[in-house]
Design a protein around this ligand. Structure first.
Ligand SMILES: [Zn+2]
Length: 453
């Protein structure tokens, strides 16, 4: 097995080198080569002094990237699978990058973003020191089935030795592996919190212990918030890293073990606030002090692929990620963009590109998404672009949006050319993970039109 391992390291690195010469990412194939030569590659490869895995339904890419950037800016050598897949070959390729040609680890830290469903093939072998779970939500039925199914996978395959960094405001992931060491993070009550859910999807409305209705002290969206059971005393866990957020001052104040420290607020979007406090908790657990963490967070930013604004002749074209088939991601984005001030137009470029080519897309997810958020007077038009545009139109009509405010076109680029642009200061282009390149082209057409107007 030792010989296989060393051959795997050498051929994986050779593959990486050749692919890079060809100008490719080399973030997947070197890992697939390593696993083909040595099936126990992930298990045998020596681990970095600090190995961190990040999983969960939403936010894992942002958290893993922000954490890696912070580690690098704090002078640690770190590798992550940010350019690659978050399933086995991507993780194996990242392991290869953490090794020298002799198969010895050459970095201080590894950060692996792990697909929650693939975690059973990764966590038992990587045996991370820390596992950050951002949240567990209802996701694509086709890919992830039910949240309990995903909970079961992470719960069953996380090693006993892994310390968990969990979101106390998510009653689902907060219940993972009660016997493991853990710390919790949370965001304290803030302006805009509600008590009763306004979302179609609201899991965790009953007590997991006695099945009585839960009482929420505050709620952000869906089941995210702080709850307790009036019947048996069950309650959301107490947070070890409790964040108070001051958006006007651009500050997040995190209290840990009685000490409070201020950090720059990287984003005013609530789910990104959770991502930031998860990163702060992880850096603190690794051993960094609050001043070091604050200096790293000064340099932190949300990657451009998630939210990017271009201003042309007084109008803004804003790209925003809205993962199709994952109802929570789309709900959050719909809620956020529709609540921003000013007259706006919202373009939906969400139809899964891969599904369109290779399989039948399950459209049930659009009935879990609150299209009702888009029914606001200052949303002057909603444009559904793509082969499923008529499905979106039915859902928009059910949400009470006037037909005259809905624009539909099966061909995304034709739609971008013909869509009436008058009346909107902000034009949002919402895209799915698989439609980013297409959405960039759509935004490009709109930007050209604004330029020439
Ligand atoms: Zn109870």
């Amino acid at each position: 097995m030792k010989i296989r391992y060393h051959l795997a390291v050498i051929f994986s690195k050779l593959t990486y080198f050749l692919l890079r010469l060809l100008g490719r990412n080399a973030s997947h194939t070197p890992g697939a080569v390593a696993m083909a030569i040595c099936p126990k590659y992930l298990e045998i490869a020596p681990k970095a002094p600090v190995a961190i895995c990040v999983t969960g339904t939403n936010g894992k890419t942002t958290v893993a990237n922000m954490l890696t950037d912070a580690l690098l800016s704090l002078g640690r050598s770190a590798v992550s699978n940010r350019l690659g897949s978050n399933i086995v070959p991507g993780v194996a390729a990242c392991v290869s990058n953490s090794l020298n040609i002799w198969g010895k680890c050459k970095v201080d830290c590894t950060v692996f973003e792990v697909d929650e469903r693939a975690s059973r093939l990764i966590l038992p072998f990587i045996k991370p020191d820390y596992l950050i779970v951002t949240n567990i939500f209802r996701d694509s039925l086709k890919r992830n089935a039910h949240p309990d199914y995903i909970f079961g996978i992470i719960n069953d395959y996380t090693p006993n030795t892994t310390k968990l960094i969990l979101n106390a405001d998510d009653l689902c992931s907060a219940m993972l592996r009660p016997e493991n060491k853990r710390v919790y993070y949370a965001i304290e009550e803030m302006k805009g919190d509600i008590i009763d859910s306004v979302n179609i999807v609201t899991d965790h409305s009953i007590c997991p212990k006695c099945h009585s209705p839960l009482s929420y002290e505050y709620r952000r969206y869906h089941h995210i918030g702080r709850a307790h059971c009036p019947s048996c005393g069950f309650a959301s866990p107490r947070a070890d890293y409790s964040a108070a957020v001051y958006p006007n001052e651009g500050i997040m104040c995190v209290t840990n073990m009685g000490e409070s420290s201020d950090y720059p607020l990287v984003s005013d979007i609530v789910f990104n606030m959770y991502n930031e406090v998860a990163v702060i908790a992880a850096l603190s657990q690794i051993g960094f002090g609050s001043e070091q963490i604050a200096s790293a967070m000064e340099k932190a930013s949300i990657p451009d692929t998630r939210l990017k604004e271009t201003v042309i002749n007084g109008s803004s074209v804003i790209m925003a990620m809205s993962k199709g088939q994952s109802c929570i991601s789309s709900c959050r984005t719909f809620d956020y963009v529709s609540s921003l001030p000013g007259d706006k137009m919202i373009l939906l470029v969400l139809d899964d590109y891969y599904d369109r080519k290779n399989s039948v897309e399950f459209i049930g997810w659009i009935y879990d998404v609150d299209y009702e958020f888009l029914n606001k007077p200052d949303v002057v038009r909603v444009a559904a672009l793509g082969p499923r545009c008529l499905d979106h139109r039915v859902r928009l009509l059910l949400a009470g949006i006037d037909d005259e405010r809905i624009f539909c076109e099966k061909d995304e680029l034709l739609g971008a050319r013909e869509l009436p642009l008058k009346g909107a200061q902000k034009i949002f282009v919402l895209y799915d993970t698989s439609t980013y390149d297409l959405a960039v082209k759509v935004a490009g057409v709109i930007e050209n039109r604004l330029q020439n107007a």
